[in-house]
Design a protein around this ligand. Structure first.
Ligand SMILES: [Zn+2]
Ligand SMILES: [Zn+2]
Length: 288
């Protein structure tokens, strides 16, 4: 049996967007790409969102658990920074272990298994899917709310260049929304119904983890790239009565000095509006 914590706890194992950045000036916030673990009370099952390079440390953290390790990995979309760590997640090499891997349908590119199969070919990497020992199940996640016993998950599609999930996890009466890649745009940009759907989806959640790779100024040159300015995220979280807000998918060129200054600013400026607000940091645990 693993350690079964009583609280719903979210741990950030990777908070970078685009590419890992193992530079000394990035070590405080962390250089690994997107990966999140949610501790679900009452079960030993591991719940993971995205398998960027951060999933390697997560795997190393649980690999020595006695007995079978089982769980689910919900991948938002197949961009490198969200799948690159997958073959370095050691529990998939234990024949007793069982994981199911979920991803939204990718249209002509296929479903979850097609995507991972295409990623792990001999040209790019020595390990292919058939060499993985654990019992793996590949699920092309349907767009409906599904009950997995101790939690339920649903998703809506993000505003991002490929089909990308914004996952909403329901645990008891708590709700967590994970949205690492999404171009929100300014609140006043109301030309599409996207923001309305997103508002409805996020309204009042206990924890929102959202892409804030840019600021309003740098966003101007990167409109249409599928990422948000942090100012837009804060405005959106205020408008939707989100309880806790963590901004993630930090730009690899944002060093610790820059991120620390923004983190402090968020707490001073918006600390009263949220139970917790700030930047996602590798190793940080948020209790919900
Ligand atoms: Zn990304
Ligand atoms: Zn992406």
């Amino acid at each position: 049996m693993g350690d079964t914590k009583k609280e719903i706890a979210v741990t950030f194992w990777g908070v970078r967007g685009s590419t890992p950045c193992a530079n000394k000036e990035n070590m405080e916030y962390g250089g690994n790409t997107t990966c999140l673990e949610i501790n679900v009370p009452g079960t030993d099952e591991i719940l993971i969102l995205d398998s960027g390079t951060g999933i390697r440390n997560l795997g190393n953290n649980i690999i020595d658990r006695p007995g079978q390790i089982q769980g689910r990995i919900f991948i938002t979309h197949p961009h490198w920074d969200h799948i690159q760590g997958f073959p370095f997640f050691k529990p998939i090499y234990g024949s007793k272990n069982h994981f199911s891997i979920h991803m939204p349908d990718q249209g002509e590119e296929g479903g979850c298994k097609d995507i991972l199969d295409g990623h792990l070919t001999k040209t790019f990497f020595p390990v292919t899917l058939d060499m993985i020992d654990a019992n793996l199940e590949y699920v092309t996640q349907p767009q409906e709310r599904i009950d997995y016993n101790h939690y339920e998950i649903e998703f809506m599609l993000a505003n991002h260049p490929v089909r990308t999930a914004v996952y909403k996890i329901h645990i008891d009466d708590k709700q967590i929304v994970f949205c690492p890649d999404n171009e929100l745009g300014a609140l006043e940009d109301q030309e599409s119904t996207f923001q309305d759907r997103m508002k409805e989806f996020v309204q009042g959640v206990d924890l929102l983890i959202h892409d804030g790779q840019y600021n309003r100024k740098s966003y101007k040159e990167k409109r249409g790239w599928g990422h948000s300015a942090w100012e837009h995220v804060v405005d959106f979280a205020k408008a939707t009565d989100v309880q806790r807000l963590f901004i993630t998918h930090h730009d690899p060129d944002s060093d610790d000095e820059k991120l620390l200054a923004l983190d402090e600013y968020l707490q001073v400026e918006y600390g009263e509006l949220f139970i917790e607000v700030g930047l996602a940091k590798e190793g940080k645990e948020v209790l919900v």
